[in-house]
Design a protein around this ligand. Structure first.
Ligand code: HQG
Length: 180
């Protein structure tokens, strides 16, 4: 089974295009596994797909992008702002979080802060290693911004838990970004 390929298409369906697959998604982003299987198996590539293969995909993945519970699956983060806003679980963040980005975005970020752009939330990383990997998708030598998360939280900014490496926030004002 091509789990990586399957995971990419599942991410696409759950993050960006549930309607393309005629999925009924609840407010927290959950979709029935059986409905997802039925939608995928309508295409020749995934005709033989079984529900267990989604479960194996999630269990074997190096990066925790999806979770399965009670015969339902959801993407943990990454949702596009073109689908209904997914309710995320509010939690107290660590003191500091990081954001890896491209050098070319810095000037604007220093003025506007971090904005979710085409997604529903700004994605923050728990450590500089994770932030570097995120930033490298856009720049070979990414900049790592340090975010004073607890300070922002104490001043009323809501933080949401994505997975052990990813935190979500609606936006981050420039005053909480420390790029020294
Ligand atoms: C930048 C992947 C200019 C921001 C990753 C980023 C992550 C601004 C880009 C997850 C800005 C948006 C998300 C502003 C933010 N002016 N640029 N004011 N505010 N930006 O892809 O965080 O592998 O939507 O710095 O690992 O890069 O798919 O967000 O560069 O966890 O599971 O706008 O996607 O996960 O880019 O990545 P993205 P991201 P997966």
């Amino acid at each position: 089974m091509a789990y990586e390929e399957l995971s990419k298409e599942v991410s696409y369906a759950l993050r960006h295009a549930p309607w393309e697959y005629e999925l009924e998604m609840d407010d927290e982003g959950w979709v029935s596994l059986e409905q997802l299987r039925a939608a995928f198996s309508a295409t020749p590539k995934w005709r033989q797909l079984e529900v267990n293969e989604f479960i194996d995909m999630v269990n074997m993945a190096e990066k925790k992008r999806h979770e399965i519970h009670d015969n339902k699956i959801r993407a943990l983060y990454g949702h596009s702002n073109s689908i209904h806003k997914i309710a995320q679980e509010e939690r107290i963040p660590p003191n500091v979080l990081y954001h890896g980005t491209a050098k070319r975005f810095l000037e604007k970020i220093k003025i506007e802060g971090l904005l979710p752009r085409s997604r529903q939330y700004v994605h923050l990383s728990v450590d500089t290693e994770t932030a570097t990997l995120v930033g490298k998708r856009r720049d070979n030598e990414p900049r790592i911004l340090k975010i004073n998360a607890k300070e922002a939280y104490d001043q009323g900014v809501k933080f949401y838990y994505g997975n052990d490496n990813v935190w979500l926030v609606d936006s981050i004002d420039a005053k909480y970004i420390d790029d020294s």
